[in-house]
Design a protein around this ligand. Structure first.
Ligand code: TXA
Ligand code: MG
Length: 327
């Protein structure tokens, strides 16, 4: 059921449901989340069941601020985590820190660490404030999609995923459009587990050290699985010259094929569908998942996508497309 996120009565109703251990989907600036109170392992189990997600894949806990985050952390934020929280919260950045013992075990997927994020979307913040008034210290929420599929950036996407029985707060289109950057601050050196919309150099400037890459000892993260964010159609990612050549050679193909490209145009007389990818990386991220959903809704066999530029501002978009192509 869709409720307007701008309506205070809807926020109260959603907060009441969360406090009672029910699931509620809500907008954030990145993507929509499927929330449960983080301190209730039974409520959190409902998220894993509804998503079809393995129970050892940890969720992100959403909090109002760093002081609320400290409820879940083994120690007060210091060092790199503190600097990053001060610089980027509220916003599209998740911090992995050592977890306080006996707190939010199910949300953490049994890990000794926990992922924490303070979202900036006004509806998410109103909801977090309303649950805090009811004694709930944080809301665990993965992206509100079935496991392995495209993250939702509009309320209707969530309804399309889970049907009308789920309570969904409508907060319009998510501004960022791809999931948060995840920085693991639990080890000796901070590591980038998932690129988002904040360029790597900006994070490194605040951290004061270069970010390490994810390695095999990093905890499992479904957003970091090689194959994820998958449309039903087969997605192929190609550099511009290769895409041009492929289109020239295509001829009369029986395949239902669409092209999603920034610089590559269709050859003369080609009657394929082309969707233009924005030149601006922020705009491209904003519309990426909605574009993939719209293309996918047409029952295509194939989506040919032009590889985005190599600059770090495109890291998040490039990462999501590479995982969608690997599925
Ligand atoms: O932007 C976002 O991060 C969105 C919105 C709703 O906040 N959430 C999101 O959640 O993308 P999800 O569950 O789809 O992806 C969260 C990622 C997963 O890959 C998960 O494994 C990882 O964060 N994660 C969470 N806690 C972790 C931990 N303790 N250690 C390692 N990875 C963790
Ligand atoms: Mg996800």
């Amino acid at each position: 059921m869709l409720l307007p996120g701008s309506d205070p009565a809807a926020i109260e109703r959603a907060a009441e449901a969360l406090a009672a251990g029910e699931l509620v989907a809500f907008p954030t600036e990145t993507v929509y989340g499927l929330g449960a109170r983080a301190d209730d392992d039974r409520a959190v189990a409902g998220i894993f069941a509804l998503k079809g997600r393995p129970a050892d894949h940890p969720l992100i806990v959403h909090v109002l601020d760093a002081s609320e985050a400290s409820h879940f952390a083994a120690a007060p934020f210091g060092g790199v985590a503190q600097r990053l929280a001060e610089a980027f919260w509220p916003g599209p950045l998740t911090l992995i820190v050592p977890r306080a013992a006996e707190v939010a075990r199910a949300a953490a997927g049994g890990q000794s660490t926990i992922g924490l994020r303070s979202p900036s979307h006004p509806v998410a913040r109103a909801l977090l404030a309303a649950v805090r008034q009811r004694g709930v210290p944080g809301v665990a929420a993965p992206s509100a999609n079935r496991f392995g599929r495209i993250s939702p950036t509009r309320a209707q996407h969530v309804v399309d995923e889970f049907g009308d029985a789920l309570l969904v707060l409508d907060g319009g289109e998510c501004e960022v459009g791809i999931e948060s950057s995840i920085i693991d601050c639990s080890g000796a050196v901070p590591a980038l587990l998932r690129p988002g919309q904040i360029p790597r150099e900006r994070i490194e400037a605040v951290a004061g050290v270069p970010l390490a890459e994810r390695d095999s000892s990093s905890p499992r993260a479904s957003g970091t699985l090689e194959a994820h964010y998958a449309p039903r159609a087969k997605l192929r990612l190609m550099p511009a010259p290769m895409l041009n050549t492929a289109l020239q050679m295509l001829g009369d193909s029986p395949l239902r094929l669409a092209v999603y490209s920034r610089t590559v145009r269709l050859p003369q007389g080609c009657r394929l569908q082309r969707r233009a990818m924005p030149d601006d990386p922020g705009q491209a991220a904003h519309e990426l998942f909605a574009a993939l959903r719209e293309l996918d809704a047409q029952g295509l066999d194939l989506i040919w996508v032009e590889e985005p530029p190599g600059e770090s501002a495109w890291d998040g978009v490039r990462d999501r497309l590479a995982r969608a192509a690997a599925a």
